[in-house]
Write a protein that binds this ligand. Structure first.
Ligand SMILES: Cc1cc2nc3c(=O)[nH]c(=O)nc-3n(C[C@H](O)[C@H](O)[C@H](O)COP(=O)(O)OP(=O)(O)OC[C@H]3O[C@@H](n4cnc5c(N)ncnc54)[C@H](O)[C@@H]3O)c2cc1C
Length: 273
C-alpha cells in the first residue's frame, strides 16, 4: 500500500483531511489535477469563515492552504484521477502507475452547469487582464461574487438573471454600490463568437461584450467513484454538500473524515460512523 489514505482533490476539504490525518501520524497522498486550493480561489471576499473578521480574498485563502501543505509536508501528486477501482483496497491509476489505499476520501468538488453555447467561461480565473464589457449570467451568490471581482477588471459588468436574484442580501448590497455593475432580468438565446467580441442575443436585446461568464449552478464531481459503495469511502465537501457549499463546511468535513478514519482504525468498527 502507498499510504493508508488516498485523497482526491487539494481544495479546502482535501487539504484539511490530510492535515488532520498528519496530526494522527497517518500518511495520505492527495491527487490534484490542477493547482492547490480548489474553487475558493475564485472568491472575491470570504466573510463567513469566523477566522477573518475583515474577510479574506480567495487567492489569499489559497496561499494559506499552500502554507499548510508546506508546513505538514503533505504529499501532492498532480494528476487527474479518471477512475477508482475497488478491488479489496482502492486503486487509482495516476502518473503512469497504480496507487493503493485502504481508505479513499473524495474531495473533488463540483463542475459548472454549462450553457449550450461555445465561448462561455465559468471561472474568473479563466479571464486575465482588463476587459471593456463583461456579461455575467446567473442570479446566485457566485454570479454576484463574480460581478464584484470583474467590476475591478472591466469597464462595465452586466449581470443577467432569468427568474430572480437568489444571492445573499449582503452581496446584493455590495454589488448595488458599484457604479459599473448593472443587474438585468433576461435570458440568453444565442451567442455569435466574433474575432475578439461576442454578440449575445437575449430576450432584452443584443449586446456586444468581451466575455460571457456563467454561474448557473454546479454539479457534484464524483463520476470517478460511480457504483462504489463502501464504508471506507468518504465523499466530502462541495462534492456532497449541496446546497450548503461553503468553505468552512468543506474544512469541517475534512476534519471529520480524518477523525472517522482514525476511529475505524483504532476504536469502533467503520460502520458506526
Ligand atoms: C465565486 C465564489 C465565491 C465563494 N465564496 C465563498 C464564501 O464567501 N464563503 C465560503 O465559505 N465559500 C465560498 N465559496 C465556496 C467555496 O469555494 C467552496 O465551498 C470550497 O472551495 C469547497 O471546497 P472543496 O475542497 O469541497 O472543493 P473544491 O474547492 O472544488 O476543490 C476540489 C478540488 O478537487 C480537484 N479535482 C476535482 N476532480 C479531480 C480529479 N478527478 N482528480 C484530481 N483532482 C480533482 C479540483 O481541481 C479542485 O482543486 C465560493 C465559491 C465561489 C465559486
Amino acid at each position: 500500500m502507498d499510504a493508508l489514505v488516498g485523497i482526491i482533490g487539494a481544495g479546502p476539504a482535501g487539504i484539511s483531511t490530510a492535515v488532520q490525518l498528519r496530526r494522527y501520524d497517518v500518511d495520505s497522498i492527495v491527487f490534484e489535477r490542477s493547482d492547490i486550493g480548489g474553487l475558493v480561489r475564485n472568491a472575491y471576499l470570504i466573510e463567513n469563515s469566523m477566522f477573518f473578521p475583515g474577510g479574506i480574498r480567495g487567492e489569499d485563502f489559497v496561499n494559506l492552504l499552500r502554507e499548510y501543505v508546506r508546513k505538514y509536508g503533505l504529499r501532492i501528486i498532480h494528476a487527474d484521477v479518471k477512475k477508482v477501482v475497488k478491488n479489496g483496497n482502492f486503486r487509482i491509476m495516476a502518473d503512469g502507475r497504480e496507487y493503493e489505499f485502504k481508505y479513499l476520501v473524495v474531495a473533488s468538488g463540483t463542475y459548472p452547469r454549462k450553457l449550450p453555447y461555445d465561448g462561455v467561461k465559468y471561472h474568473i480565473t479563466e479571464i486575465d487582464g482588463f476587459r471593456d464589457e463583461i456579461l455575467i449570467v446567473g442570479g446566485g451568490d457566485i454570479a454576484l461574487d463574480y460581478a464584484l471581482s470583474m467590476s475591478e477588471r472591466a469597464r462595465r459588468v452586466t449581470v443577467l438573471y432569468r427568474s430572480r436574484i437568489r444571492a445573499l442580501p449582503a452581496l446584493v448590497r455590495y454589488v448595488r454600490k458599484r457604479g459599473n455593475i448593472v443587474i438585468k432580468k433576461g435570458e440568453i438565446k444565442g451567442i455569435i463568437n466574433k474575432r475578439d467580441k461576442k454578440r449575445v442575443l437575449t430576450t432584452t436585446g443584443v449586446w456586444e461584450v468581451d466575455e460571457v461568464l456563467a454561474a448557473i449552478g454546479r454539479v457534484p464531481n464524483i463520476d470517478m467513484v460511480k457504483g462504489i459503495e463502501d464504508e471506507r469511502l468518504f465523499i466530502i465537501g462541495d462534492a456532497k454538500n449541496a446546497p450548503y457549499r461553503q468553505t468552512t463546511m468543506a474544512i469541517g468535513d475534512g476534519i471529520k473524515a480524518a477523525m472517522d478514519i482514525w476511529r475505524c482504525e483504532n476504536e469502533d468498527p467503520c460502520g458506526d460512523r
